[in-house]
Design a protein around this ligand. Structure first.
Ligand SMILES: Nc1ncnc2c1ncn2[C@@H]1O[C@H](COP(=O)(O)OP(=O)(O)OP(=O)(O)O)[C@@H](O)[C@H]1O
Ligand SMILES: [Mg+2]
Length: 505
């Protein structure tokens, strides 16, 4: 479908190619956006979206191609250049300095100084407080970034970009670490920026988010530009077809039931300060038990506690009917429990290590015992993981940080599966994963349950619960507000329980 004619492009990019060792990340790509629009970039993991963003921001040099701004050809050599041209971005990877405060991070390079040229801290903090208030953000300017939650860090990233008052704001999967309320906040901000005639370039794998913000969209596939269209001109399944290059199929329902009477994991009276209050539930062997609720109601804390990251104050945990203690990850793994964490950057991966090394990280002990066989087995395990999860990597000896965001997430997935634990705790596992692969992962999960695995599955995407779970625990203020099962597992019930108005389901 040809792009509609008329309105003038503000940012225009043509013939952009970029090659990394062994990988063509972009091939003669084009893109253009206008002032006053939200333009979404869509494509599978590894399609080249983030690379395009980095080229626009001067963070990655391009091999060839042209960038025009307001009709003029321009050169963007580095981030400062981009800032001068009125372009600011929130990158997919968090870029904050952990040991600096919220205020210092926001003003980095633009700090108010006193007459000796030193940072004027009192002014820095009061200016930051004013600025955060103007954005309606409830963040303390003096707090160290290190001590913030992943969601709060992401809000600081956004504030930092907005502080530069850009004409073009680029958000590369900026919502993936946000809760519902924060996403709503961001969408209000985007609306305001549009009203001020700014351009917003927005990247997300979540269709529901795209429906809320997109004015126009551009699709990339395998490093190439596919098309630009006005949002609303294509149906969802047509979009998916262009993204994947294949005919789309209807989402199947994949709910495994679990073996009656046989419990893999039992939790009784789990409590932790005010975050977890008297939580009890049982997970059957071969079951995918959903955990729902608005983010921040104790779901991630529950999963991390069961993995020994932050032990409980009180409560009993049983595996296969036997009480166990988990004060650390080693104990959890020994008892057959593994966690797929939500924050791949700090918990999930060692980014500077190879993809292969990351995949086998939690399974090394197991493979070492096999002595001579180990190398061969290791290679086979790695090859299987790459194939099953469709990890897009030209060579598994490459560092994990050379992979696209979604492919890094797949490595985290592979690593957890290889740990050989039969109880898998999943915390938002498909975050940042493209639509096609999400489907593969659903099948993989349901296949795992047939092989005797049991999954405790926290996700922020409601439709995933409806697709995969027969029972769902809805959490509200650190408690299980209700346990829905069978025909009670509906979108309406989950939402009602999540906001504490459900009553009996
Ligand atoms: N620094 C790098 N070194 C080597 N290869 C890279 C590097 N950065 C990106 N690539 C490769 O370029 C391709 C495009 O990556 P890019 O990050 O642009 O994808 P993406 O569309 O943003 O995907 P995702 O949705 O997973 O974030 C991928 O195959 C990726 O592995
Ligand atoms: Mg990306």
């Amino acid at each position: 479908m040809p792009e509609e004619q008329g309105a003038e492009a503000y940012l225009g990019i043509t013939g952009i190619s970029k090659h990394f060792a062994g990988v063509q990340a972009l091939k003669e790509a084009q893109f253009s956006c206008r002032k006053g629009e939200t333009h979404v970039l869509i494509g599978e993991n590894g399609a080249g979206k983030s690379t395009l963003v980095k080229i626009i921001c001067g963070v990655v040099p391009r091999d060839e191609g042209e960038i025009r701004l307001a009709g003029q050809q321009i050169e963007i050599r580095d981030a400062l250049d981009a800032q001068k041209q009125g372009i600011a971005a929130v990158f997919q990877e968090l870029s904050l300095i952990q040991d600096l405060s919220v205020a210092e991070n926001i003003f980095l390079g633009n700090e108010p100084v006193n007459r000796f040229g030193r940072i004027h801290y009192r002014r820095l903090y009061s200016k930051a407080a004013d600025f955060l208030r103007s954005l309606e953000l409830d963040l303390h300017p003096r707090f160290l970034v290190r001590d913030l939650t992943l969601c709060e860090k992401q809000l600081v990233e956004i504030a930092k970009a907005v502080y530069k008052k850009p004409d073009i704001l680029i958000l590369d999967e900026a919502t993936s670490a946000l809760g519902e309320r924060e996403v709503e906040w961001l969408f209000r901000l985007i609306k305001k920026l549009k009203e001020q005639d700014k351009a917003v370039i927005f990247i997300s794998h979540r269709m529901d988010e795209l429906h809320q913000v997109a004015d126009r969209a551009t699709i990339f596939r395998d490093a190439r530009y596919i098309m630009t269209f006005r949002w609303g001109d294509l149906k969802d399944d047509e979009i998916v077809e262009h993204i994947s290059g294949k005919k789309s199929t209807q989402q199947e329902i994949l709910k495994p039931i679990g073996v009656e009477g046989d419990y893999a994991l039992e939790v009784e009276g789990a409590s932790k300060g005010r975050v977890l209050r008297n939580i009890s539930f049982r997970l059957r062997r071969g079951e995918i038990l959903g955990v729902a609720g608005l983010s921040g109601h104790g779901q991630t804390e529950l999963l991390h506690s069961l993995f020994g990251d932050s032990p409980l104050d009180a409560g009993i945990i049983k595996v296969n009917g036997r009480p166990i203690t988990v004060y650390n990850e080693r104990q959890a793994l020994k008892n057959g429990i593994v966690l797929l964490p939500e924050d791949r950057k700090t918990d999930g991966l060692i980014l500077s290590h190879s993809v292969a090394m990351n995949i086998t990280l939690m399974a090394l002990e197991k493979m070492q015992r096999l002595g001579v066989l180990v190398r061969k087995l290791e290679r086979k395990n790695i090859e299987n993981a790459v194939r099953n999860l469709q990890i897009k990597v030209s060579d598994t000896a490459l560092a994990a940080n050379s992979l696209s965001g979604g492919n890094q997430q797949k490595v985290v997935f592979a690593k957890a599966l290889l740990a050989d634990a039969k109880i898998i705790l999943m915390s938002d596992p498909t975050r940042g994963i493209d639509i096609g692969t999400k489907n593969e992962i659903y099948h993989l999960m349901s296949g795992l349950t047939r092989d005797g695995y049991s999954i405790l599955f926290y996700t922020t995407e409601l439709t995933e619960l409806l697709t995969l779970c027969n029972r769902v625990l809805v959490m509200y203020e650190g408690q299980i507000a209700s346990e829905l099962s069978g025909s009670e597992v509906t979108e309406k019930n989950i939402i009602a329980q999540s906001i504490g108005i459900g009553g009996a389901a």
